[in-house]
Design a protein around this ligand. Structure first.
Ligand code: TXA
Ligand code: MG
Length: 347
C-alpha cells in the first residue's frame, strides 16, 4: 500500500472522511500527538487499527468526537464529575472513561463495558471528524512500543505502507498524549497524566484527584491494572534510559562520571543546564517543563536515529505538567530512577 502524506485542505479532508466511511485508516494530527483513526462504530475498522500498529488486543482505543451531540452515540451515562470536567476542559487534551453505549463495538473497548472518549482541540482533527459524521477511534499513530508520534514524518516512519493516508498538521502542540481519568466513581482517578493537569482538575472539582495505582510506579505482581495501558511496556527507545533526579550540581557530577562507562551516551536536559555536561552529546528538552513535554518524544526518536545506547534524562518536579513528563520518561526508563540526595537548587 502506498501511503500518501497530504496537507490539510478541503480536498484532503474529504478524502480522509471518505476513507473513514469505507472502514479504512488515516493518520491525523491532534493537539496532543498524532492519532491513527478509524470509524469507531465499525468493529472491522477497529481491528484494522490493532493490526496496523501491532497493538496488543487487550488495550482499548480512545473514541474522538467533534461535537457534544455525538456523545450520546458513544456513552450511555455521564456522571456529574465527568460533566464538570467536560465543561471545563473540552475541547482539549482530556480523555474520560465512561460507561459505553451499545453502538461502540467491543473491538474498540477490548471487551470492557467502559469507553475512553475525548474531544480534541485541534481544528484539523475536528474538521475530519465532522466531515466523516462518525466518532473516530484512534490510538496514538505509532507502532506499538515506540514513542508516540508528534509529527507527520514520525507517523510516516512508523506506518509507511500500512495505511493509505496521513494528514500533515505540523508538530503537535502538547507533545504528550491526553490526560486519562476514570470519572465513573466517587473519586476521579488519574490513569495517565497529560496536558490537563491534576491541579487543574482539582481546582474545578474542589476535591482531590487520586493517582491510580501503577501510574507513577511499576505494578506489583498480582496488582490489577486500572487501565490496560498500564500493563504494557511503553515509549521504549532503543537506547537505555536513566532518569536522574537531584540538585543540578550533584546530578551533573553523577552523569559525567557514570557516562564514562557507556558506549554512546547522551543527556536529555533543559537548555539552561547544557553547559553542565561538557564533552557529552546533548538532546535539548527546551526551556520549561512544558517544552520538555513538547520535545520529549521527538528527542527519544532522535536518539534512536543517532544510535545512542544510553540516555541520561533530567528528572523534574512532578508539579503541573511535570507529572506527565516524569510518567513518560520513567516508563521509557523501565522505572530506572536515580534519586540523588536533594540538592539546594532542587525545586
Ligand atoms: O492524546 C491522546 O489520547 C492520543 C490522541 C490520538 O488522541 N491517543 C492516545 O491513545 O494516546 P492510546 O491508545 O495510545 O492510549 C489510550 C489509553 C491506553 O493507555 C488505554 O489503555 C487507555 O487509554 N484506555 C482506553 N480505554 C480505556 C478504558 N475503557 N478503561 C481504561 N483505560 C482505557
Ligand atoms: Mg499509545
Amino acid at each position: 500500500m502506498q501511503t500518501q502524506v497530504l496537507q490539510p485542505n478541503a480536498e484532503s479532508i474529504a478524502l480522509a472522511a471518505e476513507i473513514f466511511r469505507a472502514g479504512g485508516l488515516v493518520g491525523f494530527p491532534t493537539e496532543t500527538v498524532y492519532g491513527l483513526g478509524a470509524d469507531a462504530t465499525n468493529a472491522d475498522a477497529a481491528r484494522a487499527i490493532f493490526a496496523a500498529k501491532g497493538r496488543p488486543g487487550d488495550n482499548p482505543l480512545i473514541v474522538h468526537i467533534s461535537q457534544m451531540e455525538q456523545l450520546s452515540l458513544v456513552v450511555s451515562d455521564i456522571p456529574e464529575r465527568a460533566r464538570a470536567l467536560m465543561e471545563a476542559f473540552w475541547p482539549g487534551p482530556l480523555t474520560l472513561i465512561l460507561p459505553k453505549s451499545a453502538r461502540i463495538p467491543s473491538a474498540v473497548t477490548a471487551g470492557l463495558d467502559t469507553v475512553a472518549v475525548r474531544f480534541p482541540a485541534h481544528a484539523v482533527a475536528q474538521e475530519i471528524i465532522t466531515r466523516t459524521g462518525l466518532p473516530i477511534a484512534a490510538p496514538s499513530a505509532n507502532l506499538s512500543g515506540r514513542p508516540s508520534t508528534t509529527t507527520a514524518a514520525h507517523v510516516f516512519s512508523d506506518l509507511n505502507g500500512r495505511i493509505p493516508l496521513i494528514i500533515d498538521g505540523g508538530p503537535c502542540q502538547v507533545g504528550l498524549e491526553s490526560t486519562v481519568v476514570d470519572a465513573t466513581g466517587e473519586r476521579v482517578v488519574l490513569l495517565r497524566p497529560g496536558g490537563v493537569t491534576r491541579e487543574m482538575m482539582e481546582a474545578v472539582l474542589g476535591e482531590r484527584v487520586e493517582i491510580g495505582k501503577g501510574v507513577m510506579e511499576p505494578l506489583g505482581e498480582g496488582d490489577k491494572a486500572l487501565s490496560p495501558g498500564l500493563k504494557h511496556k511503553h515509549y521504549a527507545p532503543k537506547a537505555q534510559v536513566a532518569v536522574v533526579l537531584g540538585g543540578q550540581e550533584e546530578r551533573a557530577r553523577y552523569i559525567l562520571k557514570a557516562a564514562q562507562a557507556d558506549d554512546r551516551p547522551c543527556v536529555l536536559c533543559l537548555e539552561a543546564h547544557k553547559d553542565a555536561y561538557p564533552g557529552l552529546d546533548i538532546l535539548s528538552a527546551g526551556d520549561t517543563p512544558k517544552d520538555y513535554a513538547h520535545n520529549l518524544f521527538a528527542a527519544l526518536r532522535q536518539a534512536d536515529e543517532a544510535g545512542y545506547t544510553k540516555i541520561y534524562a533530567e528528572g523534574l518536579s512532578t508539579a503541573g505538567v511535570g507529572l506527565a513528563v516524569m510518567n513518560r520518561i520513567e516508563r521509557a526508563a523501565g522505572f530506572d530512577l536515580i534519586k540523588l540526595t536533594q540538592g539546594e537548587d532542587e525545586r
